[in-house]
Design a protein around this ligand. Structure first.
Ligand code: BTN
Length: 236
């Protein structure tokens, strides 16, 4: 179950806020959602910043009480990404998924997700570009709902529309892990069966993307030998 979101005009970071809140209130309800119209210290993966102009984009975090298995947690991100792609689809925007945590439109990033394990579960932080008018403040080519569709949208409405689908995907994930949502994930991965490069820091590996394992790990076929990759970014 997901609760009615708590909106703040400004927070340093919704992920950080929820982490601190959990320390003060360990019994915090699962499904608590905190959204900010502006983040002053938004965080991305790999210690990057997540910068977003005030009132333009959706930035929020959700606390999910769950088994804190470090192997399972990353695929919560993937379940959330599926829900974002479904939201975009419902407003006429065709989105794709890029392992491990990006949602793209026309090859450009429209959403980033940062999941952080805490002792009682996971905090899933989502940044969805809604009314951003030009690609700025971002680590790779980026787009927004406005840029993809020509329409401005209310960030509150986008969150309201997203939460029921997000709840469904996270429930499925909670019941059966990534296996439960794998079909939906793979249906939106255009690089499946194609040659990709997976880069992790200085290391890069090239092979055919065969699919995803039971915990969302990427299965890469290098000259007929398939191995599981747990961290990195897919290119190409
Ligand atoms: C990434 O692609 O690097 C992940 C970006 C995640 C950004 C969101 S915005 C809401 C939440 N609060 C944060 O500080 N980060 C996440």
């Amino acid at each position: 179950m997901i609760l009615k979101p708590l909106w703040f005009d400004r927070l340093p970071s919704t992920n950080t806020f929820l982490k601190e809140r959990l320390e003060l209130e360990p019994a915090l309800l699962s499904g608590t959602v905190v959204a900010a119209r502006e983040q002053t210290h938004g965080r991305g993966r790999r210690d990057r910043e997540w910068l977003s102009d005030a009132n333009e984009n959706l930035t929020f975090s959700l606390f999910l009480r769950t088994v804190s298995n470090p192997r399972k947690i990353p695929s919560a991100t993937m379940a959330a990404a599926i829900a974002i792609a479904e939201l975009l689809d419902s407003i006429g925007i065709q989105a794709n998924l890029k392992w491990p945590n990006d949602v793209q439109v026309g090859g450009k990033k429209i959403c980033g997700i940062l999941s952080e394990a805490v002792s009682s579960g996971v905090i899933i932080g989502i940044g969805l570009n809604v009314n951003m008018g030009g690609a700025k403040h971002i680590d790779q080519p980026a787009t927004s709902i406005l840029m993809a569709s020509g329409e401005r949208r209310s960030i509150e409405e986008m969150l309201e529309m997203l939460l029921p689908t997000l709840a469904d995907r996270l429930n499925e994930w909670g019941q059966g892990g990534f296996s439960k949502v794998r079909k939906k994930w793979e249906a939106n991965v255009p690089t499946l069966g194609k040659t990709v490069t997976v880069r992790d820091g200085e290391t890069s590996r090239c092979g055919i993307l065969r699919g995803f394992g039971d915990d969302g790990e990427l299965l890469l076929d290098e000259h007929g030998v398939v191995s599981a990759i747990w961290a990195g970014d897919v290119e190409g």
